[in-house]
Design a protein around this ligand. Sequence first.
Ligand code: SF4
Ligand code: SF4
Length: 127
Amino acid sequence: MKPEVKCIVDTCTHYLYGDRCGAGNIDIMHEQETEMSAAKEQTMCKSFCHNQSIFNYLGSADNVNWTGSAIGLVNPDYKVSPSITCTVASCKYWGEGAVCIAEAIEVNGAASNECQDTNCITFERRG
Ligand code: SF4
Ligand code: SF4
């Protein structure tokens, strides 16, 4: 079952009212490519796209999960959730094949300007 995604990053083009994420898939990664995350702050949502640029809207328009349900955009009770591809293997919820086995995840980083400002705060260090 795919984890539910709650996200408060309201500067992202994928952010939907009600702290939902309208992306089709999100990539959760280590902030530093060469370093295994040891804390929540070292993770990021690589699918973050800043909403101040119209080019970002156009570029992210094919990565959505609400096609055909535009009403869901404004109704916070309407559940939308992206699939997750996660490479943070140092997390206890990480599963083989870049999957997340948590029931739900939460992404934070209000007022983020770039991917590195966001975090998967459900991260818990393995072991
Ligand atoms: S920061 Fe990531 S999880 Fe949050 S709305 Fe953007 S793409 Fe979705
Ligand atoms: S909880 Fe862990 S495995 Fe799941 S998306 Fe966040 S960092 Fe990746």
